[in-house]
Each structure stands twice: as C-alpha cells, then as structure tokens.
Design a protein around this ligand. Structure first.
Ligand code: AMP
Length: 297
C-alpha cells in the first residue's frame, strides 16, 4: 500500500492569461491523485471548515481519504504568480492555517504501508509521521523554499530519514548553497538518503544514486497552461508506479522516474488538478510509449 501525507490546499494561481482563485490544490492532493493511476493511495492531511464538499468528492474519487482530518479553522492557502515564460513562480502568500498545529495520526488501516510519500509540508510533521509506520520499504519526500527558509535544519533531518528525496533544481541549490546540481545531489546524499531526484521543470529530471546519474527529459510539450502541481504529480507518479510493482529495484526506480515525467507533463496541460483528474490509464500508457520512441537511439 502507498500512503501520501502533505498539504491539501486552496490555491490562487496567477498566470499571464488567467487568475484562478481558491482552486483545489496542495502537494499531497496532486501527488495522491497522480499516484492513483497506479495504486489506490491512502491520503493523510488536514482541511478546515471551509473545504467544500465538491473538493472532498474529487479526493474521494481517487484516493482513500480516511486519513483526511476536518479541523476547526481555515484550510491551508497558497497564492503564486508565474512569469511570461511560465517557468518562474513567485510566492505571493502562504497561509498555513489548520496546517500550522496539525498533529497528524496514521490511521490503523494505513500503518502497514510499504511505500510512503511525504509531500511538501512541515518537515517536523513529516519526519515524525514516518516513525508511525510499521514496515516502510521505500519512503520519499519533497520540500519547497518556504520550509528551506524557515526550517532548514529540520528539512535536512527529514531528508536523512527517507530513502529518496525529490526536489526541484532551484530549491536543491538554495538548500545546499551550491550552483551545481551534481554537487547539490551529493550533498543531499551525504545527509543520509540513497536516491536524489532533481526535477528541472520543462527540462526533465536527474536521478542520482551511488556514483550514477540517470537523466530523463521531460515529455516535450508545446502548450503549457499551468505548471502548478507538476512536481507533485511527478513524485506521485513515481512512487505510485513503484508501489504498483512492489519493487525498489534500481531498474524499476529508473522506470518510475520516467513515469514521473509523464505524469508531470499531464499536470501542466490544464489549470489546477484538471490536467490529471481527467486522465485514463490508456492516456498514460500511450504517452509512455511515445516517450520511449522519443528517447530511443
Ligand atoms: P508544485 O507546483 O509541484 O511545486 O506544488 C505546488 C503545490 O504545493 C500547490 O498546490 C500548493 O498548495 C502547495 N504548496 C505551496 N507552498 C507550500 C508549503 N509551504 N507547504 C506545503 N505545500 C505548499
């Protein structure tokens, strides 16, 4: 089984062509929905009294949401703007709200999860919750500038407690205080994790382990609408695929990184979660096959 823990949010997304307010978002939301095309994940997170029924029913369609708690207060909110190229995002506002003092509990039914994804979230909560699982075979975490700036030491501790770290290029540089991604990955591995996956947006990803680097390009896209959640969809696709194979073999991890790129490419095609909620398994298979042809030489 796979469990995903992290933020569930109201997102305000400002692109040069459109502003979307209070859309269903959150790192765990994207990751869990993306993973659901491979296995049915359990989701742990917190929402407030303002979380609408229609968003809850989207979650229920894709995931086991027995781990989603309704707390007194407002749902976590994120507000971000993209530049003209849609490749740079500026955070306008992060309101933690109910996420701030959340004390997550792993439901009994999820305790035996062998795969655990700690999506972007408070690193202290992430590290603590990992200890509550009985037999984790593969764990993975992500983070974002907000946590690197406010809780850097806790982020490092979290990264030392998981099997793999998935992180975007800018955040990897910020966290490790270096400009070179190979140096950044090596530094993160020194903190105790075995695999580092650096996401490079439209340029794909680099998977590092031992002395090896496995680069995989992004699926080439002409029309990008909203990149929000691409990184989370990448991670969800990756760990969802691994969980479906119940394997942590390196060949499977490399394949999983390709599925990550494929799921990320769907996420950017529509606003909010709609790039992935409208998918069928056959769309994923088709794009995976095209990708295979694309990179074959
Ligand atoms: P991505 O575009 O993959 O980097 O992820 C964007 C998602 O992360 C949005 O849906 C946000 O709601 C969520 N998010 C943004 N900032 C934070 C934060 N500080 N902690 C947790 N989740 C966040």
């Amino acid at each position: 089984m796979l469990t995903v823990f992290g933020s569930i949010a109201f997102d305000t997304i400002r692109t040069p062509t459109k502003i979307i307010k209070n859309a269903l978002g959150g790192a765990a939301t994207y990751a869990a929905i993306s993973a659901s095309f491979f296995v049915k994940p359990g989701l742990i997170g917190v929402v407030g009294y303002d979380f609408p029924r229609k968003y809850q029913s989207i979650l229920d369609r894709f995931v086991d949401s027995r781990g989603v708690v309704n707390a007194k207060g407002k749902t976590f909110r994120y507000d971000g703007s993209y530049d003209l190229t849609l490749s740079q995002r500026t955070t306008n506002k992060t309101e933690l709200n109910v996420l701030k003092d959340f004390k997550p509990v792993v439901p009994e039914e999820y305790r035996k999860s062998e795969f655990v994804y700690l999506a972007n979230n408070d690193p202290v909560q992430n590290t603590k919750i990992l200890e509550e699982f009985d037999k984790v075979k593969f764990s993975m975490c992500d983070t974002i500038e907000f946590w690197i700036s406010s809780k850097r030491n806790d982020v490092i501790k979290m990264m030392g407690s998981v099997d793999s770290v998935v992180i975007n290029d800018e955040e990897a540089k910020l966290l490790t205080k270096t400009h070179n991604l190979i140096k950044a990955a090596k530094k993160i591995m020194e903190w105790g994790t075995k695999y580092v996956i650096i996401k490079k947006g439209e340029h794909g990803s680099l998977l590092f382990y031992d002395d090896v680097v496995f680069p995989s390009p992004a699926f080439s896209m002409e029309n990008i609408v909203d990149p929000t959640g691409a990184g989370d969809s990448f991670a969800g696709g990756m760990i969802g695929y691994l969980s479906s194979k119940n394997s942590t073999k390196i060949s499977t991890i490399r394949e999983a990184a390709v599925y990550g790129n494929i799921m990320g490419s769907f996420a950017v095609e529509k606003y909010g979660v709609y790039g992935i909620t409208g998918l069928k398994k056959s769309n994923i298979k088709q794009r995976f096959d095209r990708y295979k042809n694309m990179v074959h030489f």
